[in-house]
Design a protein around this ligand. Structure first.
Ligand SMILES: [Zn+2]
Length: 167
């Protein structure tokens, strides 16, 4: 059985041929998948899909690149959506210093606030974390340990990232 843990079938690009995409995934052996919302429009696109397809589960979180745009209302909305029985993770979240849009401190703040959210009983203790070169992984790893996170899925590891995670 194939379980695709990271899809963005909520993206604009899939609007016109989503049924075909789902059929092709099924034919290829993908029996279940997680659709991830990472900013306002994509987060709102998750619930309709998990309610429409039995085999689709959801994750929502605020991505680090747009950290400067996240409001208290956005965080409340993420918490509210995470209470849905088919939401299985908080993500994708993390630190990403490849782009200049959000200063490091703001990214760290937004990550911290979401990790705090993940600790609440209403949320699942699963993070989906994206990372790029130049981003110090240690910060995220330490925070998760402190917050008693049970597990995480790490994507886009470059350089020493994986070594640091394993340590
Ligand atoms: Zn992604």
């Amino acid at each position: 059985m194939l379980f695709d843990t990271h899809t963005h079938i909520n993206a604009e690009e899939f609007k016109d041929d989503l049924e075909d995409v789902m059929d092709r995934a099924k034919s290829a052996g993908v029996e279940a998948m997680v659709v991830i919302g990472f900013d306002r429009p994509s987060i709102e696109g998750v619930r309709p899909l998990i309610e429409r397809y039995d085999q689709v589960y959801g994750a929502v979180g605020w991505n680090p690149v747009d950290a400067v745009d996240m409001t208290d209302k956005d965080l409340e909305r993420i918490e509210e959506l995470l209470s849905h029985p088919k939401m299985v993770a908080l993500g994708e979240i993390g630190l990403d210093y490849h782009w200049d849009k959000s200063p490091k401190q703001v990214q760290k703040d937004v990550l911290r606030r979401q990790i705090r959210l993940a600790k609440k009983p209403v949320c699942r203790l699963l993070f989906i974390i994206g990372r790029r070169r130049k981003t110090r992984w240690r910060y995220s790893a330490r925070s998760m340990q402190r917050r008693s996170a049970a597990s995480c899925i790490v994507t886009a590891i470059i350089g020493n990232g994986l070594k640091n995670v394993l340590n």
